[in-house]
Write a protein that binds this ligand. Structure first.
Ligand SMILES: [Zn+2]
Ligand SMILES: [Zn+2]
Length: 455
């Protein structure tokens, strides 16, 4: 063969067949990056057809020996039907057909079992709703090694991996059977075929639902709170319930969603959290519920909203439910101390204070930066640090019986109860410090959370 490109492709193809029995698909794959609008099978078949034409020409022009050699290669090693026909025309005896060395596992080509894998997938996902899927596989390592060896030996530079070839062929086959599209970004379903084990692994990606909640009753923690004595196992002090509080925001919201999407478990991501005795009012606190392995994705979110509100008996109220994504859940976490929160409080002072003192304190704290060391009461879940927090606005109005009604607009992550009490000097300046008398927070409500999602 000459050294021109056309000669090189042919001599490489013949070289491969001299070394290994190779099917059309696997021969074509070695040249996958050459030419488009075709399949590897078609590529391989075209190359073999051309070789069989050369063989036939050799036979006709008296180069019998070379012709027979090529026909034998194609017919036995390449299982190529046109070559078998030509060979029988010239009464050339052919060795029995050999199986492809690059794609045969347990006597079958893994490409030939694609239709049956696709059928198995169809059966397995019968009860599952999804709008997009992605195909993957775990190839057999010996197969990959054999292919790497032949490529190195023959200097093949335009081949595609067996894995990519198989994934695409299976994906193409499924696309013909399914109305859904393949999706490389965030598919609802991922199918992974393990070639060695002949196992089909179907992974359902989580569904994310976001919304806002209002907490209308005090005494409910955001997440399920395990009994600190038995750590959830159940003991006398928790009356065998395993928990400190009978309910939680995350359960009121998460359980009905879990049921609706028929998932296996859920995670509740709140944009921050309020204390157990603090109400969450106003436009509510954003959250995302992440449910693993959902079987249902087409949801009547209005109906779920109503169900949550009904089952929580007006302790919790959700609104603006809609489909969401992992990135929103992550953003809520990162945003928690960058957003702005508004609170209303009822404060009790030890000594009576004048209206003038209140006004001066409110003016002094509005726009101030405070230093806040992690309060003792949350030290079990937050590291002991001094944090700088912005206080944007404070309003103080006198009420009867040494009570003050207060409004605060502060940076997210500010501990309001400590801004009021001073927390034994750990928060400074504070209301107690400014008014010169000890102040306690009697009641606290979050009335507004402003972040990038709620302008
Ligand atoms: Zn093959
Ligand atoms: Zn207990």
């Amino acid at each position: 063969m000459d050294s021109s490109n056309e000669g090189r492709i042919l001599s490489k193809a013949i070289g491969i067949l001299e070394k290994l029995p190779v099917c059309d698909q696997c021969l074509g794959r070695q040249f996958a990056w050459l030419s488009t609008e075709t399949s590897n099978r078609e590529r391989g078949r075209s190359i073999k057809l051309l070789i069989s034409m050369i063989a036939d020409e050799n036979m006709k022009s008296g180069k019998r020996e070379e012709g027979i050699r090529l026909l034998k290669l194609l017919a036995s090693i390449g299982s190529f039907h046109p070559a078998i026909e030509i060979a029988s025309r010239y009464s050339i005896e052919i060795d029995p057909k050999k199986k492809c060395a690059l794609c045969t596992h347990q006597g079958r080509s893994i490409f030939d079992i694609i239709p049956s894998i696709a059928q198995r997938f169809m059966t397995d996902v019968q009860e599952i709703e999804f709008s997009s899927f992605l195909v993957g596989c775990k190839p057999i390592s010996e197969m990959m090694e054999r292919e790497d060896e032949i490529r190195a030996e023959m200097g093949l530079l335009h081949g595609e991996t067996l894995k990519a070839d198989f994934n695409r062929e299976l994906g193409k086959h499924l696309s013909r059977l399914l109305p859904q599209d393949t999706n490389f970004g965030q598919p609802d379903v991922v199918l992974v075929y393990d070639m060695l084990e002949d196992k089909l692994d179907i992974r359902l990606n989580p569904i994310f639902i976001e919304g806002k909640y209002r907490k209308l009753k005090r005494g409910i923690p955001q997440s399920r709170w395990e009994c600190s004595k038995c750590r959830g196992k159940g003991c006398a002090s928790c009356r065998q319930t395993g928990r400190m509080y009978p309910d939680s925001i995350s359960e009121y919201i998460g359980e009905p969603i879990l049921l609706a999407v028929q998932g296996t478990k859920y995670k509740f991501h709140g944009a921050g959290r309020e204390d157990i005795d603090v109400l969450m009012l106003g436009t509510g606190r954003p959250f995302v519920v992440e449910v693993s392995e959902p079987k249902i994705r087409s949801l009547d979110l209005g109906k779920i909203e109503k169900k949550i509100n009904r089952l929580s008996r007006k302790k919790v109220e959700v609104m603006d439910l809609r489909l969401s994504s992992r990135s929103v859940a992550q953003k809520y976490k990162e945003d928690a101390s960058n957003n702005v929160k508004e609170y209303e409080a009822i404060i009790r002072t030890s000594e009576p204070v004048t209206q003038r003192a209140l006004q001066e304190t409110a003016e002094k704290l509005s726009g101030a930066t405070i230093m806040q060391q992690t309060p003792e009461r949350v030290s079990h879940r937050r590291s002991d640090l001094v944090r700088e927090k912005q206080i944007h606005k404070v309003e103080l109005t006198p009420r009867r019986d040494r009570r003050i009604k207060a409004f605060f607009r502060v940076q997210g992550g500010t501990y309001i109860k400590e801004l009021i009490s001073g927390d034994d000097g750990r928060t400074t300046p504070s209301l107690s410090e400014q008014l010169g008398t000890s102040c306690q927070c009697d009641e606290l409500d979050v009335v507004r959370i402003c972040n990038s999602h709620t302008p």
